[in-house]
Design a protein. Structure first.
Length: 143
């Protein structure tokens, strides 16, 4: 693979997310490791057993205004990002060396900074986050 795309299990990719990430990462002339990320928008609960296939996900946004404010929320890139295979091979050994058990996302950021890497937001590649199930919310509240 030339481009690796990482998406949180709670997220649904927009129709062209993979294509847009691949085009951005392969067309860019970067000389340092680059992490490409997309906006992540929160969804309301599914109207039934699943989300509708037609009609678009934007109608189900918990914050419809969010699409007009494509600002990066610190740490939010972790839910939807891509790297070229070359950049991933450069970054991964350093991440594992600094945090050998789980390769925490903050370690990816620190390795990028140490290698003069960059975070770049990709316009049009949107991921939609599903809300946590009610039982998960109640466990979090009591913990």
């Amino acid at each position: 693979a030339d481009v690796l795309v990482f998406l949180a299990v709670s997220c649904i990719p927009s129709r062209r997310l993979l294509q847009i990430f691949a085009e951005a990462a392969t067309r860019a002339q970067t000389t340092t490791p680059t992490l490409w990320h997309s906006p992540v928008r929160g969804l309301t609960a599914a109207p039934s057993v699943c989300y509708p296939v037609t009609g678009g996900m934007d109608a189900l946004l918990a914050d419809p205004e969010g699409l007009t404010r494509p600002t990066l929320v610190p740490g939010r890139w972790r839910d939807s990002f891509a790297m070229t295979a070359r950049d991933w091979r450069l970054v991964l050994p350093l991440v594992k060396a600094s945090h050998p058990f789980d390769g925490a996302p903050s370690d990816i950021e620190s390795v990028l900074a140490a290698r003069s890497g960059q975070l770049r937001q990709v316009a049009g590649a949107v991921a939609y986050r599903q809300p946590a199930p009610a039982q998960e919310l109640s466990l979090t509240a009591t913990a």
